[in-house]
Design a protein around this ligand. Structure first.
Ligand SMILES: C[S@@+](CC[C@H](N)C(=O)[O-])C[C@H]1O[C@@H](n2cnc3c(N)ncnc32)[C@H](O)[C@@H]1O
Length: 323
């Protein structure tokens, strides 16, 4: 199965891209959004596409070469591929100034389509899914250096595990699952995604009609921790709005409530500006609005997309425009 791009038209339209623009796709993935953005910016524009997964970069490099050959286009000349974490977006753009003349606060649009792509979930090397047996890894860069799910599951304390399952997985049986992990690992280390998933299936009663695997929330929590998803997103959002030029847009697609809440609160805070208590008649904080919200409630996929792609069910696009 190949990755299906979520909210493709909605996200590209929301960015309001014109010929000659400079756009950053902070999450290249399989390149569905990037490809559309490349067409929109035209010959005189640039698309900087970032992914921490080297595999995604190499695949897209090949894909663009094939598209260019088959269509006698030269999309590659307006594409800059960067294998890095989007939390470094400011440094990435700073370095591009010397090479490609892309200036700080001259970016017209920034997109992030958060989470993972289906190829990562299907590839055992990433050890992300409870659908197949694989070593517990969960790193989106596919590396085994740095924190992995194996370390969290086998080395963290009961309290630490219970806390992440509750806070990052919103798992109501967080404590019981953490206790069971500790009990089982005293007998033998938990090495694979199946061992962990089966442990959860053994102790968690779920409504079979819900269609949700009992391990879903614990796996979500582990992926968030291992990839520092919320911390990285926070840094990315703060840096991104500084890079945008006036009227430049930031668009973020998220897939779970923790991410969406973070993006929503960030955009609302930056749109509000003044943080003085209501009782004070004149502003003394001097905080100014930095962005304007585009659609307060965020954008959800339409019926057609929902029918074609289950993953789109939880997607929410939020957009802010730099003042
Ligand atoms: C949902 S996919 C993007 C799909 C893409 N928009 C498309 O249409 O094919 C998310 C991608 O972002 C990458 N990613 C996740 N977190 C990242 C981060 N902090 N920095 C850079 N890339 C990241 C993942 O490796 C994955 O390839």
């Amino acid at each position: 199965m190949n990755h299906i791009t979520v909210l493709l038209d909605e996200a590209v339209d929301a960015l309001n891209i014109k010929e000659g623009n400079v756009v950053v796709d902070a999450t290249l993935g399989s390149g569905g959004h990037t490809l559309e953005l490349l067409k929109k910016v035209g010959e005189s524009g640039k698309v900087v596409a970032i992914d921490l997964d080297q595999e995604a970069i190499e695949e897209f490099e090949k894909k663009i070469r094939e598209i260019d050959l088959g269509n006698e286009t030269n999309l590659a000349s307006r594409l800059i591929l960067i294998n890095d974490n989007f939390k470094n977006i400011q440094d990435i753009i700073n370095k591009l100034y010397a090479r490609d003349g892309i200036k700080f606060n001259s970016v017209d649009g920034i997109l992030a389509d958060l989470g993972w792509r289906i190829e990562q979930v299907q590839d055992k090397r990433y050890g992300m899914s409870f659908q197949q047996d694989a070593p517990l890894n969960m790193r989106m860069d596919g590396q085994i250096n740095g924190l992995t799910a194996w370390q969290v599951v086998n080395e963290w304390s009961e309290d630490e595990l219970a806390e992440i399952f509750k806070e990052l997985g919103e798992e109501r049986m967080a404590r019981q699952i953490a206790q069971e992990i500790i009990r089982r690992r005293q007998e033998k280390e938990l090495n694979t995604t199946s061992e962990l998933a089966n442990l959860i299936v053994d102790i968690k009663v779920v409504n079979p009609k819900s269609g949700i695997h009992p391990a879903t929330k614990v796996f979500q929590a582990l992926r968030i921790v291992v990839n520092e998803e919320l911390g990285n997103l926070n840094i990315f959002l703060e840096q991104s709005i500084k890079l945008l030029k006036s009227k430049g847009r930031l668009a973020v697609i998220s897939f779970h409530s923790l991410e969406d809440r973070l993006v929503k609160n960030f955009l609302r805070t930056k749109a509000r500006g003044c943080v003085c208590p209501k009782e004070i008649p004149v502003c003394v904080c001097d905080e100014k609005s930095e962005i304007k919200l585009i659609k307060r409630k965020g954008i959800k996929p339409g019926k057609l997309e929902l029918n074609n792609n289950r993953r789109a069910r939880s997607a929410r696009l939020r957009v802010g425009e730099r003042i």
